[in-house]
Design a protein around this ligand. Sequence first.
Ligand code: DAH
Length: 361
Amino acid sequence: MRCRTIEHPETLKPETFFMSDIFEKALQAQTAIAAEAPATAEALEVFRIQYLGSKGLLKSLMGEMANVSNERKRDYGQLMNTLKQEAEAKFQSLKVTFEAQAQSVDSLALDLTAPGEPLALGSRHPIAVTMNRIVEIFARMGFSVADGPEIEDDWHNFTAMNTPEDHPARDMQDTFYVVDAPGMLLRTHTSPVQARVMQRREPPIRIIAPGRVYRNETISTRSHCQFHQVEGLYIDEGVSFADLKQTLYYFAKEMFGTTKIRLRPSFFPFTEPSAEMDIWLGTETEKNSRLTKGTGWLEILGCGMVDPDVLEMCGIDSKKYSGFAFGMGIERQALRLYEIGDIRLLFENDVRFLRQFEAAI
Ligand code: DAH
């Protein structure tokens, strides 16, 4: 809309003259906006601030509405709307143009020969690395992996392992009981997996069972309330202590490179006879001397011939079958393999510690 012809000033009342001035200013702004041609994104921003900004020209022209006579307010309003639409349309279309340009400049700036962003690779936990090594050695001897629940029932954890409720050996394995489920507890060893496998399967049985176990222990540099074990079980006709000894000897040689093992008589309720196995590290290095408390021998596992009562409790004919079992702690071996001085480091999940095992597989 164009402004009406201005009447001669002398015939106009003062405010009419003033009013045509307001229209004139708006029309000038319209011409100015049409003539603007910002050539860059920065210039466009200046344009936006100058015309459309909260302190811009259009805002101040809108403010003039109060000075427009009632009959002409409508005309003025329409003129202002047109102006605003024209300015905004110009702004939007140039904005799209500049953004597209910026993108294509970015894509041209892409250097296909630049080295890629490095992928942050994780690493295996030292416990997992140690456990895998143990599993792999026994797998070579034909053992397969079995597992059982960490929340175990009393029967599998103790009774089936020949440790009835009043047995003093229970005292050595105090654990955490599930309050809402009487008779359920966090397993104290991986031995209950023996019972579970025997109940399910017919001999020959040749399994190892790696997993996490719990005990109500005071946490210190050497012990923790959670740790890991690997259980082993071999049941067949005519299995003897000699088989046990040879199997463990092979393991010790593969795992630690030692050529000397020692079996000391011991007691476990679920094996008869029972033994503990030490490996020979010697006392030549200071480290080995410290680890073995000066004796050269390091205890690594408990073992024995499966008690016939255990076989019977789990539904296996003890007259026909015999077998051996063993159980070892993993943390101790990991501490030894990696020369870690404090067991707690294994459970704190401090990435600065874990990163040191990136090369281990
Ligand atoms: N379960 C025993 C423990 O945690 C270790 C053990 C000893 C396991 C002798 C066995 C075994 O299978 O035959 O102390």
